[in-house]
Design a protein. Sequence first.
Length: 197
Amino acid sequence: MANVALGFRVKSGWAAAAVVSGSASSPSVLHTRHVDLCDPTVPESRQPFHAVDEAQGELELDEDRIKKRLEVVRHVTAQSLGKLISDCRMNGWAPYRTGIVAGSLVDPSTIRRPHIRAHAMEGHLFRTVVQDELRAHGLPCVVLAEKTAFKTASEAIRSPEDSLKRSLSHLGRQVEGPWRTEEKLAALAGWVAVSEG
């Protein structure tokens, strides 16, 4: 089998995942899926830094609550990514690299507004938990910020941004299920990972 990489577009509580094969000049998407990074039966695990009690403001201040939510996030992420990697291997796909597109790479501590900081903290949390789990499986990871993902990919793949966007639209014809922005960005991250191998 050709080179295989996993790509992710990480969101709060979930990620779009794409299994990408081939090379920088000839990628193909083998599979896409939604992976959970939180437990739907524990709603606060989707936004672990948001306060549940409006009286305390917008940021959760209770360290015990945060700790419990983070344990849920780590556990669910480990299960979801473990299943994805296992399913890949059962299909004869051996991922050797990974890529992530994240909403932002800004340090949350630099954000003053509590509500926006909570979102930034959650973005950072879910991205790093995914990275940590991938590394635990021996998979190196490249991270792209959504705002500059196509520029960064263009440099890595050595193809103009417009050409990458057209190619991504065509790659979606190979897969079942939705082919929205999240799946395209997951595939782009996987494509960058394949090209760097």
